[in-house]
Ligand binder design. Sequence first.
Ligand code: ADP
Length: 535
Amino acid sequence: MALAFDEYCRSFIILREQESKSRLRGLDAQKANIAAGVAFFRILRTSLGPKGMDKILQSPDGDITITNDGATILEQMDVDNQIGKLMVELSQSQDYEIGDGTTGVVVMAGALLEQAEKLLERGIHPIRVAEGFEISSRIAVDHLESIADTLDFSATNIEPLVQTCMTTLSSKIVNRCKRSLAEIAVKGVMAVADLERRDVNLDLIKVEGKVGGKLEDTELIYGILVDKDMSHPQMPKQIQDANIAILTCPFEPPKPKTKNKVDIDTVEKFQTLLKQEQQYFDDMVQKCKDVGATLVICQWGFDDEANHLLMHRNLPAVRWVGGVELELIAIATGGRIVPRFQELTPEKLGKAGLVREKAFGTTEDRMLYIEHCANSRAVTIFIRGGNKMIIEETKRSIHDALCVARNLIRNNSIVYGGGAAEISCSIAVEAAADKYSGVEQYAIRAFADALDAVPIALAENSGLSPIETLSAVKGQQMKENNHCCGIDCNDTGTNDMREQNVFETLIGKQQQILLATQVVKMILKIDDVISPSEY
Ligand code: ADP
C-alpha cells in the first residue's frame, strides 16, 4: 500500500494486487467459522420434524424446488462459503451412507458449534473442546447401543418395517399418503432383498414419475416400467409371454469405418442398392424372428422404412431405450444385451409374462409395462402427482423410506425418535461428565446441552414451548427410567414414542452423532482462513 498525490496535490492510495487477500487468524478465525456453521443450522432447524417447515429454492434458470429434505436444501443453496461447503458435505455424507436424517445431522453440528463458541469465549482452548466432544460422542454412541431395541420382522410380517418408514415419511410434504407410500417402499425393498445375506441392492428398484393423477395412484410394479411406446402405432399393445431381444445394435445397414464413395450413375444401380438395403433390414428382422423373439427392445432408433417393415412382419419394437433401463430389463427378464445381430441366440432372449402399453391422460403419453418377468427381483415404483415439484419431492421421500427399510434389513436395531434418543444420550453424557476432572468436563457438559437441540427444535417447530416441554420430558425420562419419552409433535396425547411407533434406525442415529462431531472438530481446528477478498 502506498500513498501518492495527483497533479492537484490530492492524495490517493495505491493498492498492490497481492494485498487484496483477506486473512483471519486465531480466535477470530474460529469465531467466524462457527458463525457461518451456525447460520446453516438456523436455516435448517425450522425444517426438522413432522411439523417442520418447507423451503422454496429457485435455481439460476428459474426452476423451483419445494422441500424440507436437509441434503436437498443445502445442495441447491449454491453455497460459496468454505464452512458452508463443509455443512453441505456433512449432510451429503449422511445421505450417501444412511439415506435419512440429513436435517438432523446439520442441526446436531450447528448446536455443537454454538456450544463450542461459548466455551471458546470462556478461554478454553479449541483442542480441549474438540477432545471433550470426541469423548462425549463415544459415550453417546455406546449409550445408543445400550438402549436400542430390535425390530422383529420377516418376509410375511412387514408391518414393523412399514411403521418405521412411516416415521420417516411423516416429516415430509407427502405425509398425507405416508401409509401407502411406506407400504410400497417396504414391499419394493422386500422384493429385491436377499434376507439371508441381509443385503439389498437398491439399484434394482427403479423410481419413475409422471405428472398427472393423484399421489394415491402411486403404485408398485413387479417389473420394469419404461417411458417409451411401441415404435409404430399399429403394433400390438399387449404381448403375452413375450420373448424379448435386447439389442444395442441399430436396425440399419452397417456403415464402413473407412472413407468411401459409391458412384450411382444408372437407375439400375440405384435400384440394386435400394434392394440390397431392404434385404439387409429383412435379414435382420428374419434373424430376430428365427430365434423366436416376439418383441425387440432397441437402444438405438430406426428409420420409417425399418419401422414399417417391423410392423409388416409382425415384430413389435421399442426404440431409444436408455442404457440403464436396458440393463434393468436384461436383469429382470433374465435376457442378455446383444451387441450384434449375428450373436442373437434363443438363450439370450429375455422372458416376460406380460408386456403392455398403457396410455395416460388425454395426451399422447404412453408407457410400457414389462411384468411377470423371469427374474422378479427388479421392481418399479411409479409415482403420480399433480405437478413436477410434488413428484420430485415424492421421489426424494421414497428414497429416504427405501434407505430406512434397507438399513433395517442390514441391521434391525432401532432407537426411538421424536428426540427421545437424544434426550436419553444427553442424560448419559451429562452423568459421565462428572467422572472427568480436567477441562474436558466442560466440553462434555456442553455436548449434552447440544444433544438437547434436536428435541428443542422439534418442540419449537410443533408450536410447543421448547424449554418447558424439554424439561418435562427429560424429567419424565429420569423419573420413570424410560428412554422412549420424546416430544409429542402431533399432539396425540402420549409422549411415549414406542406407543406412537416413532422409530429411527440405530445406525442412522449413531452416524448422525459421529459425523456431526467429526465436522465440528475439523472446524475447531482451523485457526487461519486465507481467502481472496471480494475486490
Ligand atoms: P431428517 O432429514 O433429519 O430425517 P426430518 O425433517 O425427517 O429430518 O425429521 C426427523 C425428526 O423428526 C427425527 O428426529 C424424528 O424422530 C422426528 N419425528 C418424525 N416423526 C415424528 C413424530 N410423529 N413425532 C415426533 N417426532 C417425529
